[in-house]
Design a protein around this ligand. Sequence first.
Ligand code: AMP
Length: 660
Amino acid sequence: MPDAPTDSDVHAPVTASDPIVGIDLGTTNSLVAHCTAAGPRLIAGPDGRTSLPSVVRIDPATGSPVAVGHAARDAAADHPADTIASFKRLMGRGLADVADDLDTLAYAVVEGPHDTARVKVGDHVLSPQEISAAVLAELRRRAEADLGVPVARAVITVPAYFDDAQRQATRDAGRLAGLDVRRIVNEPTAAALAYGLGERSAAPTTGPQRAGGVSLNVKVNPAACADDATGGDAPTSSPTQTIAVYDLGGGTFDVSILKLRQTDHGAVDQVLATDGDTRLGGDDLDRAMMDRIAPTPPASPADRQALRRCAEDAKIRLSTEDTAEVAVAAGGKTVRVTLTRADLDALADPLIDRTLAACTRALKNAGVTAADLDRVILVGGSTRIPRVRERVAEFFGTTPYTALNPDEVVALGAAVQGATLAGLRRDSVLLDVIPLSLGIETMGGAVAKLIVANTAIPARATERFSTYADGQTKVKIHVLQGERELVEDCRTLATFDLTGIPPMPAGLPKLVVTFLVDANGILSVQAREERSGRRAHVQVVPHHGLTRDEVAQMEADGFTHAREDMRRHRLIDLRLNARLDIRNITRQLERLGPDELEPDYRTQVEADVAAVRAFVDADDDAVDPDAFQAAMEAMDRGTLRLAEVNIAKTLKGPERGNAG
Ligand code: AMP
C-alpha cells in the first residue's frame, strides 16, 4: 500500500473564483462542463438539458441573434432562411471549400473578405465566428448561472483535422463571446483526457513511482489483466499511450490515432493520423430504416417527417431491445412493421464497413497496427449501437472504452484540460490503488464486495451467484462502491440487466460476475450465465464524482458503522435462509397426509417454524441475531425427521420428484 499522501499533495487550490470551463462546440450540439477535484461534470441549462443544439436564429431586420439552441432548432421550419445550423462546417473556410455542403444548408452562404464563407440573413452578412459566439455566449451564461461566478476562460475542442485557420476562427468565436480561450484541444484528445489517459505519470511494472509528489511503491498485479474482459491490457500504462478514437455521430464519422504523453505541463498529444467521412453517421442509418419500414416513401412532408422520427426511435430502441414495433402512416394507410435487432445489424453493416475502411487507412497512415494501440475510445451517439461496438472491438482486437456517455465525453475531457490549466491537481493518487471497495448487490439489500479498498490496479475478481426465484429469466446487476455492508449506504456506479436466461428452478442458473479494473482505473463488469452463455457488460469510471475527502469520509464511515453494519448484514442473510427453509418445510408438511406424520410432531414443527417466522417479520431493531440463529438451528434440528419421512416416501413412489 502506498504511503498516505499529505493533504497538500492532493488538494490543489480549487480556483472556483476564476474557473476554466470546457466546451465541446459541436456541429449539431454543444456542451459545457466544469471539473473540480471530484472530476468533470456537465452543466445543464435552465431547461435541465445539458446539450444545446448548435443552432442560432438571426433576426433579418437587425442581423442579431434572437434564438439559440432548442428554441432556434424547434422553430427552424418556420424560419428556414434565418436559422443557422451546421455553421461549424463553415468555420475558417472559403466558399470553395464548402461548396459540397451548400446544398444541405437552408440559409444563404456568400463570399466574404479574404475568401471566407459568410452567412447572409436579410441584408446582413455574418461570419461563422459571430454565429458560433452566440452559442458560446449561451454556454457561458449557463456556466455562470451554475457556478455562481463570472466565467471568462475556456478550453474549446475542435476536430483533430481542423487546420490553423479553422482553429483560429474557433478562438475568435470564443473571444467574441467574451471568453479567453486558454487552449484549443483536439476532440479525440479530450475524449482520452476524460478517461484519465495521459493524466497520470506512467507506472512502471514494479518499483517506486512518483505521483502527486509522493513516492509510491505500487504493487502491480499483471496477472490480473491476462485474459481480461475488456480485451487485454498491457501490464500498466506506458509512458506514451497510443490511442484510437472512433467518433460516429449523427452526420459525421472521424477516426483519429494519437499519442498522448505526460509532461510537467499536463498531457501533450500528437495526432498521428485522422480519417473519416463528413457525410456518414446515424442519419444514414435512419434513412436506411425509413426505406425498410416504408419502401414507398410517403408523399406528404408531414408523413415523411413522422416516418423519420419513427425510424430513429426504432433504431434507438433496438440498441437495448431485441425487437421494435413500428406503426406509421404511408400512402393513406397505416403500415405496421416489427423490426428485429438482426434487421438493424444488417442495415448498419454497410455503414460500419465504411467506417472500418477509414480505420484501416488511419492505422496505415499512422504507421501503427491495431496491436500497437493501448486503448480504443468510442465517441458519438451512434456508438451506442451494439453492432458498432461489436465490430469495432473485433476490428481493433480489444473492447473499446464506453464507460462515459459518448455524447458527453469530449466536453468532460475539455473540462479536465481546463482544470489542469487552472492549476487544479486531480487526485491522481487515487488511480494507483482502488480507493473504495467495489461490489454488487445481493438479495435483501446486502453488498458482496468483489474488490476491496486499497487493492493495487490492475485488479480482477470473480464471484458466482444464482437466482432466487423459480423461472427467473432476468437478473439485475447493481454495481456499488463503498465500505459499508448495505446497499443503501454505498454509492451506485451502474446497474444493468442480464436477460434471456432460460427458465430454470431457483438456484440452478450459474451466474458469474467478473470485475476488472484496468491500469487506467476503468472498471468493467461482466455478468455471464454459464448454462446458456448469455452475457451482459458495463463499464464505469469509479473515481469520477468523488473527492479525496469524500473517499476518506466513506472509509471512516465504514469503521464507525462496522459493528452495526455486520449485524444488519447478518440479519439479511439469516432472513434469506429462513425464508428458503420455511418454504421448504412448508412444502414437505403439505406433502404428507395425517396418516404419514404424527399430529404432535406436526404441531411441534409448525411451532418451530412460527418462532423463526416471528424473527423474519420483526423490525431490525427488535431482533437479536443470536436468538434468531438459535431459533433457526432449533428448527433445523426439529425437522431432521420430517426430511427423513419425505425421502422415504419419495423412494417408495409413486410421485417421485415432487419433494421440495
Ligand atoms: P451525436 O451527433 O454524437 O449527438 O450523435 C447523434 C446520433 O446518435 C443520432 O443519429 C442518434 O440517432 C444516434 N443515437 C443516439 N442514441 C442512440 C442509441 N441509443 N442507439 C443508436 N443510435 C443512437
